[in-house]
Structure formats: structure tokens, C-alpha cells
Design a protein around this ligand. Structure first.
Ligand code: PAF
Length: 294
């Protein structure tokens, strides 16, 4: 495992791999503060690609002015130690100026998909995500890139980015990794105190309640959203920012769920910590009972 900080070196090492050895390259883009969710992506990348690159870069352009860019957890030594057991080939950990050189002025915007849900409350967030990913894709030129379903909207934005700009890469999305309590793994969980961590389990519990309502035949988007909101209202320490019930592919707002695959997504504050989570509901094509995946 080699740690590479310079984009030129990362590109040239991988160019050689591609030319001389005709190997497939997998990229797991991260902002570090690695947890089991990231490691599940790394394991899948290891299985499906010859050469695995994990990028670790806390991307300034995807943070709003009042967000947690400066206090975002950074510990490359710990992250490197965690990855040591996973037989990856390269960690790409560039400093900011390697990704955003002086006078950087080219940004990528995925219109429409970027403006809803997270994009509505974090304007510019997905412009930052799409921009850094376009840069990483150009440096690494991965055959496959790996993302977690926890950032559901991000996966849609990435798929659209890849299709629209003709990046020659396959976007692989893996299920949300959760604690036994159901809490979705997130680097931001590190901000939670123990009591807050217990409180935060109410988020997934609320999504499961929506899933149960759906399985019992509820098809009103408003009532599904209300179910989630009222479950969360039982926990006064949680401030729900939004819960949305949309088409899982287009993020179009829905009234009736009918036979669409639906994304129920939420963002909430526990103390100062902002967390997101989601669940996908999809009808079984044949038979009366609904099938639901997390
Ligand atoms: O999901 C993340 O950690 C980030 O948004 C990503 C994809 C690494 C881009 O900075």
C-alpha cells in the first residue's frame, strides 16, 4: 500500500498499471474518518477490481460557509492503519492545492437533481461533490467507483454526472452500513455524545415505521412523511430538518406512491450534529405484499 499525495504521480502510476498490466482500477472516494461503511466499499472494490485506490480528501467546495469543514475529523494515520488490513494498493491523499490549484475556476453542476433535498438546504453542496469527483475520475480513471446508499442523493448525482459527461466508469452502490441499533454509520457520528448516539437511533426507527406503514398498504406520500415526523417528534432532542418522499430515481415529489420505487430521506440535528438517513420502498411486482430494502 502506497500513500500518494501528488496528482501527477497518482495519474502516472495508474497509467502504467493500465498500459502494462491491463488491470481494472477501482476507486473508493472518501473524506477519511473511515468507518465500517467505507470498509464495506473497500472490500467490494477489492473483490471486483485488480487495483484499488482509496482517496482521502476533505473537499472544501462541498461545505457551506457555516458547515463543519474545519472541524471535520481528520486522522490520516488512523485511516491508513485501518486500510492496512484490506490489501488496497494506493491511498490518494492530496493536499487542497493539488486538487484546487491557484485560480481554480471550473465547476461541474448537475442541474435539477442537485437542487432538491440536501441541495435545497445545502446550496452548492453537490456542485462541490460533482466537481471533486470529476477531478478524481480524471486523475484515477477508475473502471468502477464505489458509493454507499446512505448518501442516496449523492449516488444519483454521481450516476448522472458519469452518464452526462461520459466518464468511462461504472458506479457501484452498496447498502447503508448500520450499527446494531440501526444507526447509519457516518463519520459525523464521531461528534455525538453517548446519550446523543442513543437518541440518534430514533432516525432509523422512524424510517422503519414508515416501512411498516408502506408494507401495510399506505400509499400516501404525505402520510408516510407524517409517520416519520411524528415518530421523531417523540424525541425532543432531535430537530428534524426535512423528511421527503420522492421517486427514488428522479427525486420528483410524489402525492401517491402507486407502484414506484420510493426514497424516504431525512436530515436531522441531534444537538449540533447533522445526520442524514434514508430508506427505499419498492412494491413487489407480483403478489400483494410490499418488499422494502434499506
Ligand atoms: O461521500 C463523501 O465522503 C464525499 O461526498 C465524496 C464522495 C468523497 C466527495 O468528496
Amino acid at each position: 500500500m502506497e500513500i500518494i499525495n501528488r496528482r501527477q504521480r497518482m495519474s502516472s502510476v495508474l497509467r502504467r498499471v493500465r498500459r502494462e498490466e491491463e488491470k481494472t482500477i477501482g476507486l473508493v472516494p472518501t473524506m477519511g474518518a473511515l468507518h465500517e461503511g467505507h470498509l464495506s466499499l473497500v472490500r467490494e472494490a477489492r473483490q471486483r477490481c485488480d487495483v484499488v485506490v482509496v482517496s482521502i480528501f476533505v473537499n472544501p467546495t462541498q461545505f457551506g460557509a457555516n458547515e463543519d469543514f474545519t472541524r471535520y475529523p481528520r486522522d490520516l494515520t488512523r485511516d491508513t492503519a485501518m486500510l492496512a488490513d484490506y490489501n488496497i494498493d494506493y491511498i490518494f491523499a492530496p493536499p487542497v492545492e493539488e486538487i484546487y490549484p491557484k485560480n481554480f475556476s471550473t465547476y461541474v453542476t448537475v442541474e435539477g437533481l442537485s437542487e432538491q433535498l440536501e441541495g435545497a438546504v445545502r446550496p452548492g453542496h453537490f456542485r462541490g461533490v460533482a466537481t471533486v469527483l470529476a477531478i478524481l475520475f480524471n486523475i484515477v480513471r477508475p473502471d468502477r467507483v464505489f458509493f454507499g446508499q446512505k448518501d442516496a442523493q449523492q449516488t444519483l448525482v454521481v450516476k448522472r454526472l458519469v452518464r452526462d459527461l461520459a466518464f468511462d466508469t461504472e458506479v457501484v452502490v452498496l447498502p447503508t452500513a448500520r450499527e446494531e441499533t440501526g444507526l447509519a454509520l457516518s463519520s459525523r457520528n464521531a461528534y455525538l455524545s453517548e446519550p446523543e448516539r442513543r437518541t440518534a437511533t430514533a432516525l432509523y426507527h422512524a424510517l422503519r415505521t414508515a416501512k411498516a406503514a408502506y408494507a401495510n398498504g399506505e400509499r400516501s406520500a404525505r402520510r408516510i412523511a407524517e409517520t416519520v415526523a411524528s415518530e421523531i417528534a417523540n424525541e425532543p432532542e432531535i430537530r428534524l430538518e426535512y423528511v421527503s418522499v420522492t421517486d427514488a430515481e428522479t427525486l420528483e415529489k410524489l402525492d401517491k406512491l402507486d407502484d414506484r420505487t420510493v426514497l424516504v430521506a431525512l436530515a436531522a440535528y441531534i444537538g449540533k450534529t447533522r445526520l442524514i438517513d434514508n430508506i427505499v420502498l419498492s412494491p413487489v411486482k407480483h403478489g400483494a405484499r410490499a418488499m422494502v430494502e434499506a
